[in-house]
Design a protein around this ligand. Sequence first.
Ligand SMILES: Nc1nc2c(ncn2[C@@H]2O[C@H](COP(=O)(O)OP(=O)(O)OP(=O)(O)O)[C@@H](O)[C@H]2O)c(=O)[nH]1
Ligand SMILES: [Mg+2]
Length: 486
Amino acid sequence: MGVLRFSFPSRSGAGSALESLPECLPEFLQFCQAFCFGHAAPPADAESTLADSVSSELISAESSKSPFLKPRHATLIRVKDSQQHLIDEGIALVFPAPHSFTGEHVLEFQGHGGSGVLQAVLGRALEVARELDIPLRHAQAGEFTQRAFLNGKLDLAQAEAVADLIDASSASAVKAAAASLSGVFSERVTRLADQITHLRLLLEATLDFPEEEIDFLEKADAKGQLKSILDTFSLLLQAAQEGVKFRDGLQVVLVGQPNVGKSSLLNALAGEDIAIVTPVAGTTRDRIKQDLNIRGIPMVLVDTAGLRQTQDEVEQIGIERTQKSILEADLVIHLIDSSQPPCPVDDGIRKSMPNGLPILTVFNKADLVSEFSETSNAVLSLDAHVSVSAKTGLGLEKLKDEILRLAHITHTPDHGFMARQRHVDALKRCGQHLDMASEYAQQDDRILDLFAEELRLAHDSLGEITGRMLPDDLLGLIFSRFCIGK
Ligand SMILES: Nc1nc2c(ncn2[C@@H]2O[C@H](COP(=O)(O)OP(=O)(O)OP(=O)(O)O)[C@@H](O)[C@H]2O)c(=O)[nH]1
Ligand SMILES: [Mg+2]
């Protein structure tokens, strides 16, 4: 297959389109000539020049006389309609197979921004194809990257990183997505898969010669190999879980009694006056969500209505919404006014949190207390806690560190890679099979075939990450979430 790709940097940022051309080189060439040079005959050696793209830097004298796209060289062209009226002037680039992003012949046209001109150039391309009786169709969302995947130019984790790189909203997220695109994540998955393959081969060989079973496995240190697989696995799972946070971010919810300074803390962390702050208890009634970036980690901080018993209908609805936010949270910040005496309501708030949800207790208004006493809040002293002042900014850096620590983030995105929940789920399935394999390996009368089978299933789970073991319908679903032209 061949690809015609349009790139129009528009004001809205979405000026890309892609068309799908047939693979056949003469037809591809015919189309390039007609679209770029208005049906001018290609030079006699154009086909061999394009086909032999490695030596195609050396273009023959004959080629240079006729208008022709030199592989991987920018050529200024004028796109004209059937009446020879100029539609756009821009850069055409041809990338002959296999040295292109997709591995196919690619013609790329870079035009002026704007959806009108894009539509006109697209329309002209379809018209030229019709005149030449060449099938040309609009590409589907993500098809450009999907083809690169199907042609073995990228594995699935790298292909997904293309979309993540495009969506990345901070410099750190860009670095993490670029690391995945360059294969950092895939290499680690492949390294683990290779370790598993090595042990599988050993087991298969043992199964073929059962009389040597025990001795053979001991000599080859099968147990040591399995331990090393488990070590590699747990480091990879931890890194991938962090990689998901680099992409999806954290949902952090601020809860506490009215007037403790939740809205003030949101404003202080955002560095902007976003939520209304007043000395009146019950000021915030609806949820206020603010996107933040803490040490490169995207985060949504949710300010909520203060938790208390109330007859006010609006406030009651606000409190219900607070409770809903808590259920969606990765982490809850329980804010307490340290200038007030300890209050059983705070104990109640803490106890009402769902099991397993990390809670960071934050004592606010530290500027009002001469010396902060942890013992005065003995009831909370078992929790992770930090003392801050939303008013003066005291303790905010420590608070950021604690948020990341409780969310199990140990690296910054600059030193990691980006991953998706799909990858973590596949890794967890791999882990379950590795655990089963370890159990079989422990048994005295070793059930070698079951041990080998669990290793095979663990290996297959890793294949889901790189796309080696994923059904077509799931692949289609992954690529359909890309935008057109990518
Ligand atoms: N001295 C001092 N005052 C603070 C601090 N943080 C908040 N306040 C004050 O405490 C009062 C309540 O602050 P808010 O941020 O509105 O509190 P809240 O928890 O959002 O209150 P509700 O929305 O009613 O639940 C305001 O008068 C703030 O100026 C702080 O760190 N130090
Ligand atoms: Mg508030």
